[in-house]
Design a protein. Structure first.
Lengths: 70, 508
């Protein structure tokens, strides 16, 4: 699956990176590569949905297979 | 009746000694004389075993018995036409010492007479709250009450066994203040009939517990000696300072176990180590679990760091189930297993500050929570942080869990919190800028429904420590009934009011 969106920094639960998709969904990767870890960065992300539970509880947990700045 | 035996034995012994004196004109050594002395010694010792009260009371009873016995022995001698004046004088002197000592010990009050079954009404009275077992009757402890001349009445006369088998079996027992400790011990020793005994402490009405919280009201002096208490707005918002004040006089039945199912807990943290029920070497590579543990149970009033509702560490013990990894994520199966493990280990409350998006709750969660509830555990979970409907998040959407939403410092919806539409057991608590413990020592502020959840879990732990039979629905009903209305009540639930909740449990 693929989506384009904007990198956001969520300042709760200790702070973590997320992606607000252009499809108005929220995507929560466990790790965001440093290369795109900047607030407001536009990215194109390929991902797999994960059933992972986490402390973040924001959006859909995903495992990134590929991500690039756009 | 039993208390009279030592007196009778002493009197018999002294009469025998008087007879021996009559026969031999002195206490000559004879078998009967020796037996009489042994009998007298036995009678004296019996006072300490059968007479109720403190050491002074027993000693005065010995002197009284010796006085009576000596006086009767003097009468015996007089009837045998032998000199008896000195014996009579000695007997009267002993009686005088006994009654005078009793009068002084009781504060000089006159009129100590009272009828059997009535508590002394001229001295100070104490009250005990006594709970009998559901199948037990007051008549089964009547002998004990009679021994201490205690009175009793039902504490909740309008509640019958069918409505509440606990409340219906509560009795207020009144006795002389000096007998309260001995009576309490005697009743506690009757484990067959008595479930619980505690002092019926007097409390005063605390201002603004009527829902009209004074704006800007602050405690005049710190309620506890935790140096960071003033930085914990969440405790104050939740009426936690008044709650801690109430808890000073409260006696928990036992410490409740609150299980933190999370990234682990640093068992050696200075504010947790005395109440941590797991391996003290336990670590938390992420930090989230330790933060939650501090909110739920950090010892209050230990002169260290922060406070929770766990005053003096008397109410809650924290255990840890590390179902999440060092990056804060975990598998559903591991979390379900942790729920089962915690419940089987006897946890009273399970606190889960975790979750994920799921339109339907996974069956494994449904089964695990149902099992935990069946074992008596109350499961408290975070609503989630997507600012969406919590019913699309799990385990918030699992039947049988209490779901916690987050409030900001103004008592309004925290911008991130999920909302409660369609959920059965919602409640709200502060979840922004919450101070708590961090691994390695020290404290840090965090925000999230993760922080609101253990605040509720810790409070429920305290309620369970006070009334261990409380179940999920009872607790939620109580939190809602005593909770505060907030502007976003429909979306978040009512906010916890810890003092009202604890007061409701203490003084139903």
């Amino acid at each position: 699956m693929q989506v384009e969106g904007t990198v956001v920094w969520l300042d709760f639960e200790g702070g973590f990176w997320g992606i607000e998709g252009d499809d108005e969904r929220k995507y929560c990767p466990e790790d965001l590569p440093e290369s795109v870890a900047t607030k407001g960065k536009r990215v194109r992300m390929s991902y797999e949905r994960s059933e992972r539970m986490s402390t973040r509880m924001w959006g859909i947990e995903v495992d990134i297979t590929r991500i690039e700045a756009i | 009746m039993l208390a009279s035996i030592p007196l009778v034995v002493c009197v018999i012994a002294l009469i025998l000694l008087a007879k021996a004196r009559i026969q031999y004109h002195r206490f000559a050594r004879s078998l009967s004389t020796e037996r009489a002395w042994l009998l007298l010694l036995g009678g004296v010792l019996l006072h300490f075993g059968l007479v109720d009260g403190g050491f002074l009371t027993k000693l005065l009873a010995v002197i009284q018995s010796l006085g009576v016995g000596t006086a009767i022995g003097a009468v015996w001698k007089a009837l045998e036409e032998t000199p008896a004046r000195s014996s009579l004088a000695a007997g009267l002197l002993l009686l005088g010492v006994s009654y005078g000592g009793t009068w002084l010990a009781e504060g000089g009050s006159s009129d100590r007479s009272h009828t059997e079954g009535e508590a002394d009404d001229s001295g100070e009275l104490s009250e005990l709250l006594v709970e009998l077992g559901p199948d037990d009757k007051l008549a089964e402890v009547a002998a004990t009450l009679e021994r201490f001349k205690a009175t009793s009445e039902r504490a909740f006369p309008n509640v019958d066994l069918n409505e509440d088998e606990d409340l219906a079996q509560y009795f207020i027992v009144r006795c002389a203040a000096e007998d309260a400790e001995a009576l309490s011990k005697a009743l506690q020793g009757d484990t067959e009939n008595v479930d619980h005994v505690e002092p019926n402490l007097a409390v005063s009405i605390i201002p603004h517990l009527d829902g009209q919280r004074k704006e800007g009201a602050k405690a005049e002096k710190p309620v506890t000696n935790d140096p960071m208490l003033s930085s914990q707005w969440a405790l104050e918002y939740a009426n936690g300072l008044e709650a801690l004040t109430l808890l000073y006089a409260a006696s928990p039945r036992r410490r409740a176990k609150v299980a933190i199912i999370d990234t682990g807990v640093h068992g050696e943290h200075e504010d947790l180590k005395t109440i941590f029920g797991g391996d003290k070497k336990a670590m938390d590579p992420h930090g989230h679990g330790t933060h939650c543990a501090g909110i739920a149970g950090a010892v209050a009033n230990n002169g260290i760091g922060m406070a929770s509702f766990n005053l003096d560490g008397r109410f809650v013990e924290i255990s840890s189930y590390a179902a999440l990894g060092p990056r804060g994520g975990g598998r559903r199966e591991d979390i379900a297993q942790a729920i089962v493990d915690a419940a089987e280990a006897g946890a009273d409350v399970l606190s889960l500050s975790l979750g994920g998006y799921a339109k339907r709750p996974p069956q494994v969660y449904i089964d695990a929570v149902e099992y935990a509830n069946k074992l008596g555990a109350i499961v408290v979970v975070a609503a989630g942080n997507s600012s969406e409907a919590a019913r699309n998040h799990t385990p918030a959407n699992v039947p049988g869990v209490i779901v916690v939403t987050a409030l900001d410092r103004g008592g309004k919806k925290a911008r991130f919190t999920n909302t409660i539409g369609g959920l059965d057991l919602p409640i709200a608590a502060p979840g922004v800028d919450i101070l708590s413990a961090k691994p390695g020592g020290g404290y840090v502020n965090k925000s999230g429904t993760s922080m609101a959840t253990p605040l509720v879990a810790g409070l429920i732990g305290v309620l369970r420590a006070l009334r261990p039979k409380l179940r999920t629905v009872d607790v939620h009903k109580l939190l809602v009934k005593t909770g505060r209305d907030i502007p976003d009540k429909d979306g978040l639930g009512k906010a916890i009011d810890a003092a009202r909740a604890i007061q409701a449990v203490l003084f139903l």
